[in-house]
Design a protein around this ligand. Structure first.
Ligand code: FES
Ligand SMILES: [Fe+2]
Length: 361
């Protein structure tokens, strides 16, 4: 999308395929829903990066993730039964362990020597962190390091989660997590942004593994959300590949974290998950009020992203302009480096440098 026309380069097997830059990072952890709502002996069908995946929790509480496709006739295994140990395909009853191996083909006669033990469903790495289930749907050679799964660094007393599907590409949606320029125009609700005036902002950005932070500072915002904490909170915002925004707010012993994750479902559909966690007992009372506000906030992004996607569908180019678009440029630089490092089989080298940015918002 950002590539300018160049002379055709000599064939280089380590040259980055421009198509790879248009796709979400393949070898990365993506959020596929809340962990608590995935009970023991239960299955959940999820769409990740164009792949149908069934995640489940076995009788011991362990998670697993398999391609949601029976190798026999392609039936979705998530439509079948799961007894906490084996999944049974509802079409012809083939049974699979949570490791993906075929355990039984019940229609085989005892006189039939066909060996089903080599039949296997693709298994994917899965883990649980910050209250969510994470899957890496990459198959093929490992190559490169994978950015860390987001974790919570305090014990939450409460949490609020809103999930919203956006009909927009992964890149466009992820850019909204690092784009300070849209906030004043898209998120102009009274409770988030009481003042309508654009103000000069100066923030220091610094590289961190696979991303960057907007360095910790005493916030000068007049947002009522921050005032709830009392005192002057320290706010740090981290962006990390593949599409993770971690906002951490600390005021003495009080902690609030606002995490946002982008998950590619298909080429034009992205799941946005927003989770707010806190360790302040009184905040639980605000849940009924806060949830619709959070949904409203995410819907504002959803609506504007869908309209912008329609424009990009007609002409897939964008202009990244001025300092408020530098974080968006950094996203593409980080992604390019992750792809190149994997291709070269070397460690990721963060291409960013500490920098002060100025913009109005
Ligand atoms: S399609 Fe699954 S058993 Fe036949
Ligand atoms: Fe936004």
């Amino acid at each position: 999308m950002l590539d300018t026309l160049r002379d055709p380069a000599p064939a280089d097997e380590n040259a980055l395929d421009p198509e790879a830059m248009r796709q979400p990072l393949g070898n990365a952890w993506y959020c596929v829903g809340q962990a608590a709502s995935l009970k023991r002996d239960a299955l959940r069908a999820v769409e990740l990066n164009g792949e149908q995946i069934v995640v489940g929790r076995d009788a011991s509480g362990a998670l697993f993730a398999l391609r949601d496709r029976c190798p026999h006739r392609g039936m979705a295994l998530s439509k079948g039964r799961f007894d906490g140990a084996e999944l049974m395909c509802p079409f012809h009853g083939w049974r699979f362990g949570t490791d993906g191996r075929c355990r039984d083909v019940p229609t085989l006669s005892s006189a039939d020597g066909s060996d089903f033990s080599r039949i296997q469903v693709q298994r994917f790495p899965v883990c649980e962190s910050a209250g969510f289930v994470w899957v890496n749907s990459h198959v093929g050679p490992a190559g490169g390091e994978v950015p860390d799964v987001p974790a919570l660094d305090f014990e939450p007393l409460g949490a609020l989660v809103v999930e919203l599907e956006v009909e927009a590409s992964y890149d466009l949606t992820t850019l909204s997590l690092v784009d300070p320029g849209h906030v004043a125009f898209v998120h102009d609700t009274w409770w988030f942004r009481p003042s309508k005036e654009l103000r000069e902002k100066v923030k220091t950005f610094a590289p961190v593994p696979h991303g960057f932070t907007m360095a910790s500072h005493s916030t000068t915002t007049s947002s009522p959300v921050y005032r709830l904490l009392g005192g002057v909170p320290e706010v740090e915002i981290e962006f990390r590949l593949p599409g993770v925004r971690l906002e951490r707010i600390v005021a003495g012993a009080k902690r609030v974290a606002n995490y946002t994750f982008a998950t590619p479902m298909t080429g034009n559909r992205t799941l946005l998950t927003n989770a707010l966690y806190w360790n302040i007992p009184g905040l639980n009372l605000l849940k009924p009020v806060a949830k619709p506000l959070m949904r409203q906030f995410l819907t504002q992004d959803q609506q504007v992203l869908q309209h912008a996607q329609a424009g990009l569908d007609r002409k897939p180019t964008m202009v990244l302009f001025g300092q408020s678009d530098l974080p968006s440029q950094w996203y593409f630089r980080l992604k390019r480096e992750a792809l190149q490092a994997a291709l070269d089989g070397r460690p990721f080298r963060n291409p960013l440098q500490r920098q002060e940015l100025r913009w109005r918002s």
